[in-house]
Design a protein around this ligand. Sequence first.
Ligand code: DLL
Length: 431
Amino acid sequence: MFFDKNAETMPRRELQALQLERLKKTISVCYDRLPLYKKKFDDAGLKPDMISSLSDLKNIPFTVKEDFRDNYPFGMFAVPMKKILRLHASSGTTGKPTVVGYTRGDLEMWSDCVARLIVAVGASDEDIAQVAFGYGLFTGALGLHYALEKIGAAIIPMSSGNTEKQVMLMQDFGTTTLISTPSYALYIGEVAKELGVSNDLKVRLGLFGSEGCTEEMRTQIEKTLNLFATDNYGMSEILGPGVSGECKLRRGLHFNEDHFLPEIINPETGEVLPEGEKGELVITTLTKEGLPVLRYRTRDITRLNYDKCECGRTTVRMDKTTGRSDDMLKIRGVNVFPSQIESVIMTIEQVAPYYELVVDRENAQDTLEVKVELTDGSVLGIFADIDALRARIKHSLKTVLGLETKVSLVEPKSLERHVGKAKRVIDKRKK
Ligand code: DLL
C-alpha cells in the first residue's frame, strides 16, 4: 500500500531532477535569508550559482548541532515568526535545547511524510492507534499523531508513562497499533505479562523509533507483545519522525527522498563516501520552509542502498543505524557500540532484555561492566550456575567486541525501565 504512490515510486532520473530543482531553491533561500549560511558560503568562497548538479552538494559546508545552539532560539528560521505555527525542541543534555519551527506548509509535508511510512507497514483507517511517545516539545508524539489522523486511524493520545493504565487502555480499547520507543514497548510488554493480560491484547503493529534497536531486541519485543515491529527514523533538526522508515519487507528504511537528500561521509575527514559504504549520515532538506538545513551532520552511522526494493518503492534505503558516532565508547583503545552488546544480551535465554553499561577507569585502565538482569532470581543462590552463565556471556561479548568485560548478573526487575529513549550507558570517566 502507498500513501503517495507517485512520489514513492518515481523513476530515479525524475527524482534526481526534482531534487536538484528543490536543492537550488533551498540554497538560495538559505543564502539570501540566513546570515549563518551566507557566512559559511562566503568563507568557503562559494556562491549559490556554483551548485549546478547534485554532485556539487559536497562543496557546501556542513551544518552541525552547535549551529542551532549558537542561533538559539529562532536564528535558524528562514521565515518571519508570523509564518511559524509550531515550535518543538529537543531537550539536549547540556545547555539550551535545539529549537525548530514549522510553517503551515511544513506541518502538511511532515504529516504526509510520516503517513507514507506508516501506510507502508500497513497502518490504516481500521487502526486504533495508541501514541505512547511523550506529547510535548519532543517531535515523536505529535509527528505520529497528525499522520495517524491523516490516514483516518482512531488515535489514543496516551503519551508516555503510566504504564499500567497504558496496558489497561490497550486491553479495553482494543488498541491495534502501538507507537513508542522500542525500549518502552518492551516495558509495556513486561507489564502486560505481569498483569496477566498479554493474551487479551489485540495490538498487531508497532510503529517504533526515536532510538536504536537491534534485530535481536526487535525479536524480543515481537515475542513479548505479539506484534509486527517496524522502525521509523528522524531527528528534530531536520523534521522529527518521517525522514525514513521501513516498508513491510523490513529491508532497510526508505528515505522520503523528494524532501530529504541523504549523503554518507567519513566522520573523520568529512569526505563523501562511495555508494554502499558505511559512514555518517548527512541530510539536506529540500522543501522545508521554516527551517531549511543544508548538509546536517546527524552523527548517526549507517549505509545507503539504492537498489529498487521489492515493495515497488524506488527511494533509497538506509540500514538500521549501528549507533551514533558520539555513542561510541572507546574502551582501552577498542571502539564499542552499545548495539553490539545489545545483540549479544538479547540472544541469551536466562537473562531479560534489559542491560546497563558502566564504564570507569581503574589503575589508569578503562573498564566496562555489563549489568544484565536474570529472568529467574532463584538461580542467584546457585553459585555454579551463576558462574557458568556469567562466563558464557563474557565469552560471547569477548567474541563480538574483542574485549574483556566484567559481567554482573543482577536481580530480576532491578535495572531501570525507560518510558522514552533508554539511557543505558553510565560513563564515569566523564566526571
Ligand atoms: O527521535 C525523532 C523521532 C521521533 C524519530 C519518533 C522516530 C520516531 P530527536 O529526539 O531529535 O528526534 O533524536 C534524533 O535519535 O539522530 C538518532 O540518533 C536517534 N534516532 C531516531 N530514530 C531512530 C531510529 C527523534 N529509528 C536522534 N533508530 C537521531 C536509531 C534513531 N536511532
